[in-house]
Design a protein around this ligand. Structure first.
Ligand SMILES: Nc1ncnc2c1ncn2[C@@H]1O[C@H](COP(=O)(O)OP(=O)(O)OP(=O)(O)O)[C@@H](O)[C@H]1O
Length: 245
């Protein structure tokens, strides 16, 4: 059943790319105001699912509702912040100019520039050309762009790749603060120690959701002590079920 508190509701979401079926009738509810981790092996369909949520993915069947509207609806443009895996920033602009450009496109207030630069620890590189940034700095600028305009939903595709443990910790603290203020975050990750920082975890395997639970719930359901182990157990169970079918 759809609850008013669900930020994302996918029903029977099916995606084909070329001749291959990538998502197989995904059923998913992402509660509002939570940090939800999207995990799964490489190629399992996480990015495709995120693209469907932001309305950038052609779907073959099923529906995706985002903040009460069909995914891709015009009114959602300013409600969703998306960070793709590859940083979408202009190399010939400085950090500040990049942020300011996207701020203007979004119609976000000028004060967002200072807020976002401070939140992402970018103050010392504000006047640096994007082409001269390190990989981690680039991804922080990309994340900063997603945070402009205070979106209600953040869809972040591996936002902590290339960041050192201290920055990762700071970003997860920021995600927690954003969720506490009502923002919903869908965050994909390969780093299992990040899993325990999420309110819920959705595990995808070969285009199907094979688990959707709290971090503690997943440990209890698998009788394991860490999420690496829990995911291996769940992936193995799903593979065994497939073989038996
Ligand atoms: N443009 C495309 N055309 C056809 N197939 C594609 C295309 N892009 C991705 N795929 C396939 O779709 C499947 C899911 O890819 P997706 O990028 O969603 O996975 P992922 O879980 O995000 O992977 P990763 O963790 O490696 O980023 C993969 O099998 C991939 O090969």
């Amino acid at each position: 059943m759809t609850s008013r508190a669900d930020a994302i509701v996918a029903d029977g979401l099916t995606v084909r790319r070329g001749r291959t079926q990538i998502l197989h009738g995904i059923e998913l509810r992402i509660p509002a105001g939570q940090v939800v981790g999207l995990l799964g092996p490489s190629g399992s369909g996480k990015t495709t699912l995120m693209r469907a949520v932001i309305g950038a993915q052609r779907t073959a069947a099923g529906t995706v509702q985002v903040l009460g509207r069909p995914a891709g609806h015009r009114a959602l443009r300013r409600e969703i912040g998306y960070m793709a895996q590859s940083a979408a920033i202009y190399d010939d602009l400085t950090v500040e100019q990049n942020l300011d450009y996207f701020r203007r496109v979004l119609g976000a207030p000028a004060s967002d520039l200072d807020r976002v630069a401070a939140e992402l620890g970018l103050d010392s590189v504000r006047r640096t050309l994007a082409s001269r940034l390190s990989g981690g700095q680039r991804s922080r600028v990309s994340l900063g762009i997603a945070l402009l305009g205070t979106p209600k939903l953040l869809v972040l595709d591996e936002p902590t790749v290339g960041l050192d443990p201290l920055l990762r910790k700071e970003l997860w603290a920021l995600f927690g603060r954003l969720a506490a203020s009502g923002t919903t975050l869908l965050v994909s990750s390969h780093v299992m120690d990040e899993a325990r920082r999420c309110d819920r975890l959705v595990l995808v395997r070969e285009g199907r959701v094979i688990a959707d639970d709290t971090p503690d719930g997943l440990l209890a359901a698998t009788g394991t002590l860490d999420h690496d182990e829990a995911f291996l157990v769940l992936l193995e169970r799903a593979a065994a079920q497939e073989r038996a079918a």
